[in-house]
Design a protein around this ligand. Structure first.
Ligand code: PLP
Length: 261
């Protein structure tokens, strides 16, 4: 039977991040991708040029249309932009039977554009984190969520613990933004006591646009196929490492990770 995955995220007209990255990754990993659009961005490899959020009624209607028809195996959220959209997503998802939900707490694009209003951070913590099977922050996002600087592996561990206390079942704290190490070290921790570190050699490339979206989408695709959480995270780490290594030098700015890795 074909596995179905759902992404609730923003559109990147440049095709490297957001909904486009998610759907390409779902397809690559053998799942049927469905989507609910939360915002449209005018974007290319050089940056985000404009953002238009989608009306909350339409966000809700898209999620309902998918969930009333398909048997969704797992879902992810990406760019949610506002407290109102977060509220609509959380309320709608709560009305359906539970499936694994991956929350990628997208906040700021590499070029500096805000993809989540500052006023939406409380809603993300209070409404969405308690629904999450897995939260996938990078270091700057985790710093905002826990309100402490994260410099060392010890800091990563205490931040991950604080995030578990906020109600997510598991955390994947991605260490790619730490510059003091030769490795990209990602820490997985679950409320049930599982903990491991995934280490890969840091790849020096500018073509990393959409890395976070692609990583979370790869985990979601594995979960949709019924793969257990820890195995899904490990498989996705291999996928994203290869995707970054194969990054495509397209456009004039940061090219996309390769979703066909
Ligand atoms: N645009 C959208 C719609 C996104 O969801 C994301 C994901 O984080 C980005 C842009 C950011 O992409 P990056 O920071 O990898 O360039």
């Amino acid at each position: 039977m074909t596995s179905v995955a759902l992404t609730i995220a923003g559109s990147d007209s440049g095709g490297g991040a957001g909904i486009q990255a998610d759907l390409k990754t779902f397809q690559e990993l053998g799942t049927f991708g469905t989507s609910a659009l939360t915002a449209v961005t005018a974007q290319n490899t050089m940056g985000v040029h404009a953002v238009q959020p989608i009306e909350t009624d339409i966000v809700t209607a898209q999620i309902e249309a998918v969930l009333n028809d398909f048997s969704v195996g797992a879902a992810k959220t990406g760019m949610l932009f506002s407290a109102e959209i977060i509220e609509a997503v959380a309320t709608t998802l709560s009305r359906y039977p539970v499936f694994p939900l991956v929350i990628d707490p997208v906040m700021i694009a590499k070029g500096g554009a805000s993809l989540l209003r500052h006023t939406a951070i409380a809603a993300l913590k209070e409404r969405l984190l308690p629904l999450a099977s897995l939260l996938t922050p990078n270091i700057p996002e985790a710093e905002v969520l826990v309100g402490m600087p994260i410099k060392t592996m010890k800091d990563m561990e205490s931040a991950a613990n604080r995030l578990l206390e906020m109600g997510t079942d598991a955390v994947l704290l991605k260490g790619g933004h730490r510059e003091d190490t030769l490795f990209a070290e990602d820490l997985f921790m679950s409320a049930s006591g599982e903990q491991f570190l995934m280490k890969s050699l840091r790849i020096n490339t500018k073509d990393t646009h959409g890395t976070g979206c692609t990583f979370a989408a790869a985990i979601t695709a594995e979960l949709a196929k019924g793969v257990p959480m820890a195995d899904a995270v490990l498989a996705a780490k291999h996928f994203i490492h290869a995707a970054i290594a194969d990054g495509i030098s397209l456009g004039k700015g940061h090219g996309p990770t390769n979703h066909a890795a």
